[in-house]
Design a protein around this ligand. Sequence first.
Ligand code: GLA
Length: 364
Amino acid sequence: MANATVAAYAPGRVELLGNHTDYNEGLVLAAAIDRGLTVRGSTVHGSISLESASMGSATISLSDLKPQKGETRWANYALGVAAELIARGIPLEGFCAQIEGDLPRGNGLSSSAAFEVATALLVLELCHSHLPRIEIAKVCQRAEHTFVGVQSGLLDQVTSIFGQADHVVCFDARSEEVRVIPFPPDLALIVAQSNTPRELADGKYNERRRETAAAARALNVRALRDVSMTDLESRPNMDATLRRRATHVVGENERVARAIEALARDDAADFGALMNASHESSRTNFQNSTPQLDLLVDLARSLPGVFGSRLTGGGFGGATVTLCRRDKSDDIAARLRDAPQTGSAVARSVFLCNVADGARLIPL
Ligand code: GLA
């Protein structure tokens, strides 16, 4: 590969509250974490060449830029971004890039968004072009829709781009307003991977997206953002599955609003209780948890110093996020890691994460 001339880094994220609300025009609280992905590259003419120690290599001609099948499917995140940037008039002639990082793939921590966002920053810089940050997020989201086939919302890309150290990102998916709120220094976040990869769950994700859209139609509103719990209660004849899906999304929007107040009061116990309620709603209403995720959540909640624990991201596998006292976090992480594996034996990897800055160009 030609010597790299540009390098871009994008972090993964944890979703703290606001599960499956983004594509329902709702509210989300999330944070960029101190693990991510770096893409180093330079301009080449006529093709896109990608190289990664863990994923392999792929070279695709620009004249044949389309979603890949089989072994090089992993390249679709970068190829999709390239195609979307070209569609927006960015004068991309081709590039080669090396990808590396410490973000576990397919585990609900948005390794795909990190790959897309880092690629977008790299390509824009190579092309001496500029796009507003929210537009970069949308380019990456479109790549996910058109090249990957997941109808995801904007949460992952927005958090990876707008993340700020020691701050939580608050995203209103209707107005597209992004705010940051200080994350209390005496709290810590622990990620526990269930090691049941999310990759196979894409079909389920799209199904939930269709169900929530159907629920909005049944309730005669533009999006579930426009629905309250009282509205739901006044519609006893609604299809039971659609009602459960809607109850989750409506509840999540309410929980995000309450969590913002809890953060302002420095009330970790209330924030944690909202996380617990979120997981319970995932388990029963949205049915996007798994026995492994439930087990991890139960384990975390049994440990002193833990305020709350829930699945993070799309669900159907992936990871949990646990909010706890910082001064107890090493101990809690160790106990989560070492707890005897019962029931549906979970092969756990557990790590503490710091709330970190968002995507950026970095020195070579
Ligand atoms: C995935 C998607 C996001 C969001 C979450 C669930 O991470 O990429 O857009 O929908 O699931 O909240």
